[in-house]
Design a protein around this ligand. Structure first.
Ligand SMILES: Nc1ncnc2c1ncn2[C@@H]1O[C@H](COP(=O)(O)OP(=O)(O)OP(=O)(O)O)[C@@H](O)[C@H]1O
Ligand SMILES: [Mg+2]
Length: 355
């Protein structure tokens, strides 16, 4: 399945724009602040039902407007069937509401998203997954797993709600008569939902470890579960009452990526990796996203590369260029020279969008 075209009405800085997307490669060129990242975000949005920035969702609509929409055509490569997608955006008192359409028929979010093209986004800012604190890694894996498993997403929401409630109880425990009963209720919820999260995380980590080599470098990820069960809650209660925080459960899981050299020495990349080693380990995660999604959905993902060439060294650039042609790819850059660097095979066509 491929994306054929996309159009925007009051989305980000685009009041009314339409773009054709090449089946192989589309390069988006433009100076700073012309809308390169916005265009990629629009593609991500129509295929995933959400943007990829931290900002509030209503910021997806152009300043000072209340309504907008994005629509797109996707094509099934085998039978050439075209589907029409559309998401309407409206700002109301509660924030942003989104309405999903397939072939002009209104759909629930879940059924709209069910049969679309998987997406992998790669941008230089994502290096934070590697070079910042553990919470960035937890967030990365949670986001990825929520995107492929709606049960995971549900369990994560339930888990986080229960965690907040339980922490509130710990904070105000001095005036609570029936602390045990109250905690018991939330412990059970945390155990039920948390066990699912741990199980799915474990499975994905084992997939990563069975695909450990990239560019003749070997990586390994160690997943340290913070086991969740009633015994651990009982053991930790005194300490928890003291610091008024829940200490047991997968919100405290740890992920550490190691690079393994020829003499089998393991180096923690977050602490000791050079910049290029850290980038390569991020790239290792991204390549595996592509592989996993392709295998899981039995469809090739679309690859969105946001301004990555300014950050990558020559070797890493080559690794990325090798992916182009294999996956429908959209790249943004300020440098027109970029296209000369990409070694396209003769049967790989490309289009350029100048913003
Ligand atoms: N909701 C919005 N309404 C109008 N303009 C917006 C909205 N959200 C973002 N913008 C503006 O859109 C412009 C383009 O942003 P974008 O991030 O796409 O730039 P870019 O081309 O990727 O630039 P850079 O090369 O700096 O990364 C920016 O000036 C930004 O402030
Ligand atoms: Mg940008």
């Amino acid at each position: 399945m491929i994306l054929k075209s996309i159009s925007f009405h009051n989305f980000r800085n685009f009041d009314k724009k339409q773009y054709k997307i090449n089946p192989y490669l589309t390069t988006i060129f433009g100076d700073n602040a012309l809308g390169k990242t916005n265009l990629l975000e629009g593609i991500y949005f129509i295929l995933k039902g959400e943007g990829f920035r931290e900002s509030k969702e209503e910021q997806l609509i152009i300043f000072n407007e209340k309504n907008g929409y994005v629509d797109a055509k996707i094509e099934d490569k085998k039978n050439k069937d075209i589907s029409n997608l559309r998401i309407d955006l409206t700002v109301n008192d509660f924030g942003l509401s989104k309405t999903y359409f397939l072939e002009k028929t209104k759909k629930g979010r879940h059924s709209y998203l069910k049969n679309l093209i998987p997406v992998v986004l790669f941008s230089p800012e994502q290096i934070e997954v590697i070079d910042r604190t553990m919470s960035y890694r937890r967030e990365y894996f949670d986001k990825f797993l929520s995107g492929i498993d709606s049960e995971y997403k549900k369990c994560l929401t339930n888990y986080n709600q229960a965690l907040r409630k339980r922490n509130k109880i710990l904070e105000s425990s001095f005036n609570s008569q029936n602390l045990d009963v109250e905690l018991d209720y939330w412990n059970k919820l945390l155990i039920d939902n948390g066990s699912y999260l741990i199980m799915k995380r474990r499975k994905y980590i084992s997939f990563l470890n069975s695909n450990s080599i990239i560019d003749s470098k070997k990586f390994e990820i160690k997943y340290k579960e913070n086991k969740i069960n009633q015994e651990r809650f009982t053991e930790s209660l005194q300490k928890e009452l003291l610091i008024k925080r829940t200490l047991v459960g997968p919100h405290r899981d740890e992920y550490n990526i190691f690079m393994i050299d020829k003499s089998l020495v393991k180096k923690n990349i977050h602490m000791y990796g050079s910049r290029s080693e850290q980038r390569l380990s991020l790239f290792w995660l991204k390549i595996n996203e592509l592989k996993y999604l392709e295998d899981f959905f039995k469809k090739k993902p679309i690859l969105l590369l946001d301004d990555i060439f300014s950050e990558l060294d020559h070797n890493n650039q080559k690794l990325i260029f090798n992916l182009i042609g294999n996956y429908q790819t959209v790249i943004t850059s300020t440098e027109k020279e970029l296209i000369k660097l990409i070694n396209l095979s003769d049967d790989t066509s490309y289009d350029t969008i100048d913003l």
